[in-house]
Design a protein around this ligand. Structure first.
Ligand code: GRG
Length: 295
């Protein structure tokens, strides 16, 4: 399959939904501008695409997944806006562009993040998009996304990351940070697709293993790219982690071992969906794409 075309087609479907969603109702102008500035700043849309691919791999046939998949991008975008704030990573650039608080000021950036997060849950609980998707499945998926985003998921990872600044490097702490900060939402994204397709528990278990593998590999690859990546392709200079002495896979295991860890995680992820038909080829190809990505 042509994975680049697949990723692009699904990204366009998500972009088109988000455009329409935010065009229909007006919000205070600056708030709306700040939300859209970050939402359309050139993200890969990997979480929604994973949800769509998982839905297809589990037998989902319609486009009904698109609004719910798009909500994942809203959560992801909120996390990036807040992560860049002076109180957190204090970054001036994201995807090669000035960060939200640099353009709109801290207060508006915080509110844009808050609004995107809250709107995501409004969307995830909106049953008007359900035709073949069961409302009980939507509720189940909503619960998964809440857990993955909240104080047992992404926020826990971010908190541990911040609390561990300048502390002695520790493999267990690093694992905790990566699992919560990055893996949780990626894993929940594939679970969302699987649940909304009405899958049985055995399928959900296989998809969860897949999501866990690619979710952790995603962050290990990110850590490696921070050392070896091309500034133009990444939209930021390489080496920022080392500059602030950040705990990363390469800093604790070395680049070569980290590369091997990411390869093993991806190969285990692909094996965990071995029993799925060719409808899961998109998931298999995405796993390989994530391993070899350049940004
Ligand atoms: C709860 C405030 C708060 C933050 C959560 C997700 C997060 C923690 C912080 C974002 C910064 C970061 C480096 C997170 C690790 C996950 C990661 C590699 C994010 C970048 O995701 P991509 O590559 O981004 O999907 P694009 O630009 O493609 O959207």
């Amino acid at each position: 399959m042509d994975i680049k075309k697949y990723l692009n087609d699904k990204k366009e479907a998500v972009d088109s939904f988000l455009h329409k969603y935010y065009k229909e109702q007006r919000r205070p102008t600056l708030l709306q501008e700040a939300m859209l500035y970050c939402l359309f700043a050139g993200g890969k849309r990997i979480r929604p695409v994973l949800a769509i691919a998982s839905y297809g791999a589990c037998g989902g046939k319609s486009d009904e997944i698109i609004p719910y998949a798009s909500a994942l991008e809203m959560i992801h975008t909120y996390s990036l806006i807040h992560d860049d704030l002076p109180a957190m990573d204090n970054d001036d650039l994201r995807r090669g562009k000035p960060t939200s608080h640099k353009v709109y000021g801290e207060a508006v950036a915080i509110l844009a993040g808050d609004a995107l997060l809250t709107d995501a849950f409004s969307l995830l609980s909106d049953t008007t998009f359900c035709h073949t998707i069961k409302e009980t499945d939507l509720m189940k998926a909503l619960h998964e996304i809440s857990i993955a985003s909240g104080s047992l998921g992404m926020v826990a990872g971010q908190a541990q990351d911040i609390l561990s600044e300048n502390s002695i490097p520790d493999k267990k702490i690093l694992q905790f940070i990566h699992i919560h900060k990055t893996r949780a939402l990626i894993c929940a994204s594939v679970k969302l697709g699987c649940i909304l397709a009405g899958s049985k528990p055995d399928k959900l278990e296989a998809i969860s293993s897949y999501g866990s593998g690619i979710g952790l590999a995603f962050q290990v690859v990110d850590d490696i790219l921070n050392i070896e990546g091309d500034a133009k392709e990444m939209g930021k200079a390489a080496g920022s982690d080392a500059k602030i002495n950040k705990m990363t896979y390469p800093s604790l295991y070395g680049v070569e071992k980290s590369r091997q860890i990411s390869k093993n995680l991806i190969s285990d992820a692909i094996n965990s969906i071995a029993s799925f038909s060719s409808e899961a080829d998109s998931l298999r190809e995405i796993a390989l794409y994530l391993l070899n990505r350049r940004n």
